[in-house]
Design a protein around this ligand. Structure first.
Ligand SMILES: Cc1cc2nc3c(=O)[nH]c(=O)nc-3n(C[C@H](O)[C@H](O)[C@H](O)COP(=O)(O)O)c2cc1C
Length: 319
């Protein structure tokens, strides 16, 4: 498939995840064989107010192309201005969030609220497409609730507005993240537009990704929760889709090295205090399901010093 000038074959995207897909995480995805990763969602408003924390989220230095930045907002003009800032900061693709279900986002008319206001969704898409030279994509849900499925109409209106790829999280806003994603809608959207469609929802393994492509005809897939504490899933799935070869999960030592590397990157990009805090949630995912995980988690949650955190990680994986 084509994404602007990029020719990409059966892409496996690391989904945008607020609080997760920061620079450290995206680099880990790429170091473990993943090729495509979205940033966290970034507020147009915060960018226009030159919020320094938000600006730091735009640091894409050294990351592989295409670098994809996700924006959210509800005002077409503001979104266009924010898109220009993103383009000037070295992004290769801008993605617009039309699916975030969080009340504080929705009440501002942003994210999934746009599923109830297709005219505005279309205006935002137009404004952003016209403001920048780089390709613009959109991530949607099926609709607000079961009685308001708008994915087909929205996708074709977005295509007409010049959007060049659509990712479909096959749930409604009302579902948040629960229940099963209804993949049949991904297939329906795919049949309804001529631009690439990326399927998203409930992919936990390389085989799930292949099954989604076979069942829906989608051009690529996107994985979110399955990659938590399991970043190599993105690279393994990419490899499987490209070659048919199923790579086993990495061994204990490789897993430890990835976790340690993830920690070093968080310390480097966010400093000791935030880095320590953030590795705690990731580490809890990395060790999920292991023997003694609950005990180890307690240690991880209370350790205040990077060296003792490293030592705990060593103990967990090499004992
Ligand atoms: C903690 C968390 C943060 C998320 N943040 C974003 C976000 O910033 N932008 C977005 O479009 N979707 C966001 N999502 C939705 C995911 O990208 C994805 O659509 C959803 O989790 C379904 O995929 P999955 O079944 O593979 O998890 C988030 C999901 C979770 C669980």
């Amino acid at each position: 498939m084509k994404l602007g000038n990029y020719s990409i074959n059966k892409p496996v995207f690391m989904a945008p995840m607020a609080g997760i897909t920061d620079k450290a995480f995206r680099e880990i995805i790429q170091l473990t064989g993943g090729k495509y990763a979205f940033t966290e969602m970034i507020s147009d408003n915060a960018l226009l107010h030159q919020n320094s924390k938000t600006y730091r989220m735009l640091n894409l230095d050294g990351e592989q192309e295409p670098r994809i930045v996700q924006l959210f907002g509800s005002d077409p003009e503001q979104m266009a201005k924010a898109a220009i800032i993103v383009e000037e900061n070295n992004a290769n693709v801008i993605d617009i969030n039309m699916g975030c279900p969080t009340p504080k986002i929705v009440k501002n008319g942003e994210g999934a609220a746009l599923l109830k206001n297709l005219n505005l969704a279309e205006k935002i898409a137009h404004a952003v497409v016209n403001a920048v030279k780089i390709p613009v994509t959109v991530k949607i849900r099926l609709g607000w609730d079961d009685s308001g499925i708008v994915a087909l109409e929205l996708a074709s209106r977005l295509e007409d507005a010049g959007i060049c790829m659509i990712s479909v999280h096959a749930r409604t806003r009302e579902q948040y993240y629960s229940g099963k994603a209804d993949w049949k809608w991904i297939g329906k959207v795919k049949k309804n537009v001529h631009i690439p469609v990326i399927g998203n929802g409930d992919i936990q393994s390389p085989q799930d990704a292949l099954r989604m492509i076979r069942e829906t005809g989608c051009d690529g897939v996107m994985i979110a929760r399955g990659a938590l504490g399991n970043p190599w899933l993105i690279g393994r799935t990419q490899h499987f889709l490209e070659t048919g070869e199923f790579l086993p999960e990495p061994g204990e030592e490789s897993k430890l090295n990835v976790l340690l590397n993830h920690f070093e990157k968080l310390l480097e990009y966010k400093g000791e205090k935030i880095g320590l805090n953030e590795i705690r949630k990731h580490a809890a995912w990395y060790i999920k399901g292991r023997r003694n995980a609950a005990e180890y988690r307690k240690e991880i949650m209370t350790t205040q010093n990077p060296n003792s955190m490293r030592a705990i990680f060593q103990k967990i994986f090499l004992e």
